[in-house]
Design a protein. Structure first.
Length: 542
């Protein structure tokens, strides 16, 4: 297929496609002004992150908490004009801010923090869900500890510790980690024996990081942290500096606790492929490992620590939209149990549209481009929460439709496009022709129109190659039918064959079939079957 725009696989068939549900706004999530969300993460049923808000902190991002069930922003105490970062640009290349849960804190990193005093990173304390508080920090290091040498560009939780990535101007880039379950630094009253700064080969700038399990030789899974050095390298951190941590609880009593996540001494190893990512927000966990978009396409680091080949290379899927992305740092991705979604600005297409492409992990197939302009996205149960470019608020976005799904997005009916690649693979040097075809489809209530075009290699409709098929089904209205004598949801047709009557014989070397229709409940698009004959002359030049 060349396009499956706004279409998703049917969960009940291997070769049927149905409209994707429209993304819907979470109520009251668009009340902030100017309201650009620069980062967020989901903890339970709450969204935490940074949002631009002129109410009290003009020109700056504020930490926020939005309750997905209560449909309301919750108060975060402690916000002042001196402890928040300046807002990042909303377009163009950027180092994206990041939100990460570490212990009872949601750590917020942004290059908008000033890097003076305690203004290096932010943290929302969520220990008491009914009383959220925020402040900005420099590491509290105690005696002999290592402070952050610059404003961190990223933070990841690993073995209960916060690993901050720093790119100081006068020193080597480093990953600086804190005590376990204390992302603000090191426990009060202790010598920072376990604080350290990890540096890596070369002087490459650090970009981002993410965790992935790997299978150890003794069986079972061991966690590792992957640190990305731009598009050049990836470093794998394993182990922990110590299995015990001394915590001074009073001036006279010291309690020693065990860190169950610790697995021995720290180790750093470069991974097997000299690649990385320029798209920090594409790093996400999948059922098969840690996914990221490299300069040559989507890759996955599996549970053996192996960096896989680009998925979809050589015409077997989708690579070009990622390879040709005009602004890689604006790409975003997320994955639930079955689908990995990636948003990019596709420079390989006229007018460089914002597109979303999806990889079905179960079927190992791609679909898209989808037209919802995703800015940021995060998996939430079997669904996703995302933000949209140019539109305020948080949106719920499903992949699997249900009886409550809507097909109106941003006030307009969605359009679905089903388009094959050019076919057939040439069996001979003869010109081809066709006069008969059938298309397998299903439809729901109301009027369904399928506009079918036969397109040549120059994207022109062949002579006689346009047909419009129309189907009408009555809507089932509650209270206006005899029980047991109406079709549930008004669907009038399961998938079946419809004859496609071309208005003239098609003559072609290769042909693509494009079907365009308005998304609606009950719509199913299946196989297109053409009867092809060879002519007694060779292919015509174009």
């Amino acid at each position: 297929m060349a396009q499956l725009s706004n279409l998703v696989p049917s969960i009940s068939s291997i070769d049927e496609w149905v409209p994707r549900p429209a993304a819907t706004l979470f109520a009251n999530s668009n009340t902030k002004t100017p309201g650009f969300v620069s980062c967020f993460t989901i903890v339970g049923t709450r969204v935490y992150g940074l949002i631009s808000d002129n109410n009290g902190t003009p020109g700056c991002d504020q930490p926020f908490c939005y309750d997905l069930l209560g449909n309301a922003f919750l108060t975060v105490q402690g916000i002042t004009t001196s402890n928040v970062p300046t807002s990042p640009p909303t377009t163009g290349a950027w180092q994206p801010p990041h939100a990460e849960l570490v212990g009872v804190y949601v750590i917020l990193t942004s290059t908008g923090y000033s890097g003076t005093g305690s203004n290096f990173f932010g943290a929302i304390n969520i220990a008491n869900p009914s009383s959220l508080s925020y402040n900005s920090y420099q590491l509290n290091v105690g005696t002999g500890g290592i402070v952050l040498p610059s404003v961190p560009i990223w933070c990841s939780q690993f073995n209960g510790r916060a690993y901050f990535l720093c790119n100081p101007t006068t020193a080597q880039p480093a990953a600086i980690f804190t005590d376990a379950n204390n992302p603000l630094g090191f426990y009060a009253g202790t010598t920072a024996l376990y604080a350290n700064a990890l540096t890596f080969g070369g002087n490459f700038q650090l970009t981002c990081s993410g965790t992935v399990a790997y299978t150890n030789q003794l069986g079972g899974q061991t966690q590792s942290l992957i640190v990305f050095q731009g598009a050049n390298n990836m470093q794998q951190i394993t182990g922990d500096p110590s299995a015990t941590i001394s915590i001074s609880t009073t001036s006279t009593t010291t309690t020693t606790t065990t860190n169950p996540a610790a697995s021995g001494g720290l180790a750093i190893n470069a991974l097997n492929v000299a690649t990385g990512t320029l798209a920090p927000n594409t790093i996400c966990r999948t059922p098969h490992g840690l996914a990221f978009v490299a300069p040559d396409g989507l890759r996955i680091i599996d549970f053996s620590g192996r960096v896989g080949d680009p998925i979809g290379y050589g015409g077997q899927g989708i690579c070009l939209p990622f390879f040709a992305s005009t602004t890689p740092s604006r790409m975003a991705a997320a994955c639930n149990a079955t689908t990995l979604r990636i948003s990019t600005i596709n420079g390989a297409v006229t007018n460089t549209p914002q597109q979303e492409w999806c990889y079905d992990i179960v079927r190992k197939i791609w679909h898209g481009p989808h037209t919802f302009k995703v800015s940021l996205i995060c998996a939430y149960a079997s669904s996703f929460v995302c933000t949209q470019i140019g539109v305020l608020g948080l949106f719920s976005s499903d992949i699997v439709p249900n009886s409550a799904s809507s097909y109106t997005e941003n006030g307009a009916a969605m359009t679905c496009t089903w388009q094959s690649g050019y076919c057939p693979d040439r069996p001979s040097i003869s010109q081809l022709s066709s006069t008969r075809a059938v298309f397998y489809s299903g439809y729901g209530a109301g009027n369904t129109v399928l506009n079918i075009s036969a397109i040549d290699v120059n994207n022109n409709i062949l002579t006689g190659g346009f047909v419009s098929l129309s189907f009408t089904a009555s809507v089932t209205n509650w209270g206006q039918f005899a029980w047991g004598h109406a079709i549930w949801l008004g669907s009038a047709a399961a998938i079946s064959a419809a004859q496609v009557d071309w208005t003239a014989p098609l003559v072609f070397d290769r042909v693509a079939i494009q079907i365009s229709t308005t998304a609606s409940a009950g719509l199913i698009l299946g196989d297109f079957m053409m009867e092809i004959e060879e002519e007694d002359y060779t292919v015509l030049s174009t």
